[in-house]
Design a protein around this ligand. Structure first.
Ligand code: F6P
Length: 402
């Protein structure tokens, strides 16, 4: 079948396969390419009851479970073949496909269509733990308590780990670190239609709507004091309520904040107005640590540490506060925070981040290039927010008032 392609996902559970599949679907759809995802898990959930969510169903020593999974896999392959025989151009098989046997079967099933195995890997323990919590709160586990759901999902992963065999002789392979957004390995034997686009998409972060908000007024803001962990003032709470009203018509499943009170407090009323919204505090989004100068006003710093004040004025990006941080030394953690945001959310989700003046400047400059020396001066008001949109064909940022 000329010009047609099968992309078969590979990877242990919670490695970002479905997110990757949906990103590809979105990009190809925008290009006018007829693409469809065939997800084994979805088919299983549609055709069976909650018993197939139990870990034993996935055990390699459960012959009935194995047979049923094999049947769903074959059904999906048949549907994918039907799709390609009609007008379909790219069929994405979204399943773990962790054994050589299964992958050989897929290649055999499509003798005339190139099959690209796209493996998602990620071995960052902290991030895997966070995604497990997300998954355990999903619909499939709604009938279980969080602890039982977590345990159940961990066991399921163990079963997959026991069966896992790395890619070996498959003709076409692309291995991606889905947390870092990096290609780790690629091997192409056949000519793969749409490969350039596909390779670009798998390492690009897309977000439909990202709202970058600064926390509401804190007691330290009133006095122009920096850092610390103050709470919101009544005015700050009021701003949070206005934000909550402002975003109430939009579905926001995840709010990421720093680990500091003023950010979490700003997020709370917004989350309350949403049907099912989780606040995820990340230390990576904490405000710049001003070390010796924490909790001081800029005037006090000028009086007590004039050398600090002057040096920072000369090179605000590169200057690192004694015993603290500078913009330059925040780069790495902010980057890691954003990777977590992308890993934990779906590309079609609207996401909200509640951060702080300096950290929000770093986040914004991640999406839109600014000269480093300009970053510490990006305008970051408390009565406005940035709306960021990055799709396969569009990058946009807009300052909005509320
Ligand atoms: O004043 C609020 C604040 O978020 C402080 O906590 C922080 O030190 C400062 O802004 C960062 O802004 P700048 O880098 O312009 O000093």
């Amino acid at each position: 079948m000329e010009g047609k392609l099968v992309v078969a996902m590979v990877g242990l559970p919670a490695r970002g396969k479905s997110t990757m599949a949906r990103k590809l679907e979105k990009a190809f759809t925008m290009d006018g390419v007829k693409v469809k995802i065939f997800n084994n898990g979805k088919l299983r959930r549609k055709l069976t009851g909650p018993e197939t969510s139990l870990p034993d169903f996935f055990s390699p020593s459960n012959p009935q479970g194995m047979a049923l999974r094999e049947r769903f896999a074959m059904m999906n392959l048949e549907m994918a073949r039907g799709f390609l025989q009609r007008k379909g151009q790219v069929a994405i098989i979204d399943a773990a496909n962790v054994t050589c046997r299964r992958r050989e079967a897929i290649e055999r099933f499509f003798p005339e269509t190139p099959v690209l195995f796209l493996e998602c890997v990620n071995s960052d323990g902290e991030v895997l733990e966070a995604i497990l919590h997300r998954k355990a709160s999903m619909e499939e586990f709604a009938h279980l308590s969080l602890d039982v759901a977590l345990e159940s999902f961990r066991k399921r992963i163990e079963h997959y780990e026991a069966a896992y065999e790395p890619l070996c002789n498959e003709r076409n392979q692309l291995i991606v670190d889905s947390f870092d957004g990096k290609v780790i390995q690629e091997k192409l034997t056949d000519s793969i239609p749409h490969y350039e686009r596909l390779r670009d998409v798998v390492v690009t972060r897309y977000v439909e709507h990202l709202y970058l908000v600064r926390h509401g007024q804190s007691w330290f803001n009133l006095e122009d004091r920096i850092g610390g962990d103050p709470e919101l003032t009544p005015e700050g709470w009021n701003q949070a309520e206005i934000l909550a009203e402002h975003f109430s018509k939009e579905r926001i499943p995840l709010i990421f904040t720093s680990s500091l009170k003023r950010a979490i407090q700003t997020a709370a009323p917004i989350a309350r107005r949403q049907p099912n919204c989780t606040i995820i505090p990340l230390k990576e989004f904490d405000e710049i640590n001003s070390g010796l100068c924490e909790e001081m006003t800029y005037e006090e710093i000028k009086d007590r540490y004039p050398e600090v004040y002057e040096a920072r004025k000369r090179d605000k990006y590169g200057y690192i506060y004694p015993q603290g941080e500078g913009y330059v030394s925040m780069e790495e953690r902010v980057e890691r925070g954003l990777k977590k945001v992308f890993y934990l959310s779906d590309p079609e989700d609207s996401i909200l981040i509640v951060g702080h003046r300096a950290v929000n400047r770093m986040i914004l400059s991640h999406f839109f290039y600014r000269k480093k020396e300009e970053v510490p001066y990006i305008y970051m008001p408390q009565d406005g927010y940035y709306h960021i949109k990055v799709t396969p064909n569009l990058k946009l940022f807009e300052l909005k008032r509320f």
